[in-house]
Design a protein around this ligand. Sequence first.
Ligand code: HEC
Length: 256
Amino acid sequence: MKKLIILLFAVLLPLSFWAQTQAAGGGYPLDNADVDLGDRPSLQRGAKYYVNYCMGCHALGYQRFNRVGKDLGLTDKELLENLIFTSNKKGEQKKVGDLMTIAMDTDYAEAAFGVVPPDLNLIARSRGADWLYTYLRTFYKDDSRAFGANNAAFPLVGMPNVLQHLQGEQQPVYEEHDDGHGHTSKVITGFEIIKEGELNVEEFDQVALDITNFLVYSGEPAKMVRGKLGFWVLLFLGLFGWLAYQLKKEYWKDVH
Ligand code: HEC
């Protein structure tokens, strides 16, 4: 019985993870995001892209500007000059200690987009880094949509393609898919650029990765501290282990 339960877990657990990634990806295979929280320049660029391209619509409600500054190595002056473009209720520039909330009215957002753009503080944890990275790179031209764009990872998405001038405009490459019962469906297998953007493919992939990196960090800022702390904890354990061993040797010296 015990064996059966273990076997069931061993089979069902990976299967449920697989199902989750399938559901989140809208069927489109996810690309691997090479997230690196030790890459400070990438995190700084990600923060800059985020406030410039995303924060008009998406808040980071649990994050404070100066926490980002502390974790990413930016001074208050650099924060004020490069990251803080939003204003408070009085219309003044936000302060470094303020939360990264936004002023967009939800009724307005609903009228404009049909749905309120969600806070993205925890998006990397709910969707996963690979999904985010894929999502940012798979917007494509679709004239049937209100904003002229669709997305392979999030079919019928209500978000405009805000990075289009960087990436350029792309259209999907389809493949006929036969399900073996006489039904064929079209699946997206890749993209081709139909209008050049300001960046080439590698440069744009880097932008998407920088934003993904920043959102993974934002989902759990403590991860950075934990990583650094881990080193000292291991060092302590190593030293303490060595000390304990020496002590044991000393105690048992005369017993044999
Ligand atoms: C003009 C407003 C606007 C801007 C700017 C914008 N978005 Fe969005 N975004 C939306 C809306 C609206 C949705 C909701 C789409 C839906 O649910 O159909 C959305 C959805 C998303 C989602 C999916 C959330 C979910 O439900 O899983 C992600 C991820 C996202 N945006 C990331 C970004 C990033 C990163 C940027 C900056 C590069 C950005 N957005 C810029 C309006 C915007």
